[in-house]
Design a protein around this ligand. Structure first.
Ligand code: C2E
Ligand code: MG
Ligand code: MG
Length: 724
């Protein structure tokens, strides 16, 4: 037994060892709550002693390490001691790797807790990770991996050790910076980044390359370097950007390496070292590939589809024009191709499906053109094609071939997806004298093709410029039409062919503009669709039709059913079911009296369409497929859909008495409907002869001018009164 003052000094020694240790020292009670914590531990974790003494170790430990740590601590409470690695969360969120020792605390021979030390080994770990990553990158260069994959590896390596930073590698070409890789930055931002000029005020990257020195902007929000790019950076959640120029051995700029964070932050010493290492590695890669000229591929090609990009394409068109001027007199054809409704696929099925589709489309386009021709991606879902030495007829044949090839189904992640393109064509020297002009005109022709019903091609014609103007004007007026109350609904009676009674009515929207006059739905619905205005217009239609149905019922009129058209975009809007449900509930109308009309083309994504239709069906409404026979010939999906009616498209009814083909189609649709056990409605019935044919073939219902034109609410009331 030591004398009293000696045992006190021994306690002092232990206390000093604990308090002044360079390593973090801690003690826990039996429940795992902190009871002691030295200054080094405060420094490592960021928590004050007061804070930590209110906590247990559990919230501190990184989730992935928690189970292991609890097990080890349990073991220590059985009398063992241990040393192990684990990661913890610093108070401000970043991760720290620790080497931890732990031993039981004995008081009167009883275990009362755990005491131990912890050493910060984050930097050591990071250096090890970096070294082994660096070796892996060098090996990739040696093995000739594609440059984009090597860039991705460098980025992955840096992101792993950089506390939530997201990296970009940009490559210099012709005084601009092009995207080498930035797998984890938001796409709208990287789209903008691709092609930023090198200059004194061009964000962190452009100016780092310009001044050839690292440029660390700790807060984009108020740094003048970011004046041109601030909004898009902030919109995409980027708040700080540390850029470092990538130079070759002669101090020529090859590109830029950048790390972004979502909060304002200043790089610490270890971050600066990290950026230096990454920049050096990137420089090795670019120099190696530049010497092999592979880098050119990157600046001139689209990363996703590997097709030439817009710059390359424009150069080639101008080159071809120059050659033409020096001799040969055949024409050049320039095609502008845009995928119909691609955005909806992207929105409803996700970007990875969209990307997959674009790659497939690129391959199909390439397979349709000759080796000497050139297909490129302009961006988004737009492609351009340069065709050498052709006349108008040949250009038409190629366009048709592309339409056919692209309209075949795409199988992506188990989804069967259909998409159609629209193509505009301009010809040199007829339509323009340079690449820009020819492209603009092919674009205008493409617009016209879309208007004419998609999945078609059009040649440029001078009046298209006027049409583009008209369309813009219409779009402008359409934006105001809802607020100005310019829409009304008309109703066309649908007749039951066995009883000759009104089975229901179809609601059809009408737009009377004070200056433009009556604008037919086929003109403004596609614009409403493209601009997204259809969502609010469609909601207005649903609300108005159901309200007026209710009104007519309470006026004592016999109207059992109202049929409402839903457009493509409305159908795929995420809250369609809620909206329909809400309108139904508010009105108190029996859902059974409402039929929703969709068109065949909306069912291109069979799985999603089927889910939406079943959800609609659960609300109690009926479903009708409009313009049937004009869409895809695949009928297998019909069985998957809970439908109540097929509507034979009026184009088949029109020529029923003249064309055997149309007769056969109409008969086939009627038979098919019978087999499926659903009703069949003929549209556009104008003559007694057509009606006779339909009755003979057991068509159940019909609508058309023969019975009645679409009527205003007032005229419909009269019609219903007279026919009852
Ligand atoms: P739809 O749904 O196939 O409507 C039938 C169209 O045929 C209507 O044209 C109607 O007026 C017309 N029609 C009816 N009977 C005859 C006939 O005997 N002969 C001929 N030649 N035509 C007849 P409308 O009203 O111009 O509508 C055109 C298209 O616009 C509709 O085709 C529908 O796809 C769309 N639409 C109309 N109203 C709405 C709406 O409220 N919402 C949505 N999303 N689309 C609508
Ligand atoms: Mg319809
Ligand atoms: Mg129709």
């Amino acid at each position: 037994m030591l004398p009293l003052n000696e045992s006190i000094s021994q306690i002092e020694i232990y206390k000093s060892l604990f308090d002044h240790n360079h390593d973090a020292c801690y003690a826990l009670d039996l429940e795992g709550n902190f009871i002691l914590f030295n200054n080094a531990a405060v420094k490592i974790t960021g928590y004050s002693k007061e804070e930590i003494l209110q906590m247990s170790f559990i919230p501190l430990v990184k989730e992935e390490c928690l189970e292991k740590t609890i097990k080890i601590f349990d073991d220590i409470l059985q009398g063992n001691s241990s040393k192990f690695n684990a990661s913890i969360k610093h108070k401000n969120g970043h991760m720290i790797d620790l080497y931890i020792t732990a031993a039981p605390i004995y008081i009167d021979n009883k275990i009362t807790g755990i005491v131990g030390t912890a050493r910060d080994i984050t930097e050591k770990n990071n250096i090890e990770k970096l070294l082994s990553g660096q070796n892996a990158v060098l090996e990739m260069i040696a093995k000739g991996y594609p440059i984009s994959r090597i860039f991705e590896s460098i980025i992955q390596l840096v992101e792993e050790v950089s506390d939530g930073g997201k990296c970009a590698i940009l490559v210099e070409n012709d005084k601009k910076l092009y995207l080498g890789s930035a797998p984890n930055l938001p796409q709208p931002y990287t789209d903008m980044l691709n092609g930023v000029p090198i200059g004194p005020m061009e964000g962190s990257c452009g100016s780092a390359a310009y001044f050839k020195r690292p440029t660390f902007v700790s807060d984009i929000k108020n740094d003048p370097l970011w004046d041109h790019y601030r909004d898009i950076a902030l919109e995409n959640g980027l708040r700080s950007c540390w850029s470092s120029p990538v130079c070759d051995n002669q101090n020529g700029v090859l590109g830029v390496f950048a790390i972004y964070h979502d909060k304002p932050c200043v790089p610490a010493d270890e971050h600066i070292q990290l950026i230096e290492k990454a920049t050096h590695l990137t420089s090795l890669v670019i120099q190696h590939y530049r010497s092999e000229e592979k880098i050119n591929f990157l600046a001139f090609h689209d990363e996703l589809t590997k097709l030439p990009n817009r710059r390359f394409f424009n150069n080639k068109v101008n080159e071809a024009i120059k050659n033409k001027k020096n001799g040969k007199n055949e024409m050049l054809g320039l095609m502008f191709l845009d995928l119909d409704r691609f955005k909806l696929i992207n929105d409803s099925l996700g970007h990875s499906v969209g990307d997959f589709l674009l790659k497939d489309v690129a391959q199909r386009i390439t397979s349709c053109v000759r080796d000497q021709d050139l297909a490129s991606r302009q961006g988004g879902d737009e492609f351009t094609i340069l065709v050498h030495d052709i006349n108008q007829m040949e250009a038409g044949i190629i366009a048709k071939r592309i339409l056919e090839e692209l309209s075949k189904p795409y199988c992506i992640n188990g989804h069967e997806v259909y998409i159609t393109p629209s193509i505009g064509i301009s010809l040199y020297p007829l339509d323009g004298s340079n690449a820009d002009e020819l492209l603009r005109k092919a674009d205008a022709a493409m617009y016209q093709a879309k208007k004419e019903g998609r999945n078609s091609y059009q040649f440029y014609q001078a009046e298209m410029d006027k049409k583009t103007y008209d369309r813009l004007e219409l779009e402008n007026e359409l934006r105001k039409a809802l607020d100005k109350n310019e829409f009304t609904l008309h109703y066309q009676p649908i007749i039951n062919l066995s009883t000759n009674k009104v089975a229901g009515v179809e609601a059809l929207i009408r737009w009377a503009h004070p200056r433009l006059g009556y604008v037919p739905p086929n003109r403004f619905i596609p614009i409403a669709e493209e601009t997204g205005m259809i969502v609010s217009i469609g909601e207005w239609v649903l609300q108005t039709a159901i309200r007026q149905l209710k009104q007519m019922q309470s006026d004592g009129l016999l109207l059992s059913m109202i049929s409402i058209n839903i457009s493509f975009r409305q159908f795929y809007q995420p809250n369609l079911i809620n909206i329909v449900n809400q309108i139904l509930e508010e009105s108190g109308v029996d859902p059974n009296r409402i039929t929703i009309e969709i068109t065949e083309s909306m069912t291109m994504d069979v799985e999603s369409a089927s889910t939406i239709l079943h959800d609609l069906k659960k609300l109690g409404v009926k479903i009708s497929i409009d313009d049937f026979g004009t869409g895809y010939s695949s009928l297998s999906y019909l069985k998957k859909f809970p439908i109540d009616y097929l509507k034979i498209d009026q184009s088949f009814i029109r020529d029923i008495s003249k064309s055997n083909y149309d007769k056969n189609i109409a008969m086939t649709i009627i038979l098919m409907a019978q087999n499926l056990g659903v009703g069949v409605i003929a549209e556009g019935v104008e003559t007694a002869e057509q009606l006779e044919f339909l009755k003979l073939n057991n068509c159940t219902e019909a609508q058309g001018y023969l019975f009645s034109k679409p009527l205003s609410e007032k005229d419909l009331k009269q019609f219903l009164t007279e026919s009852s």
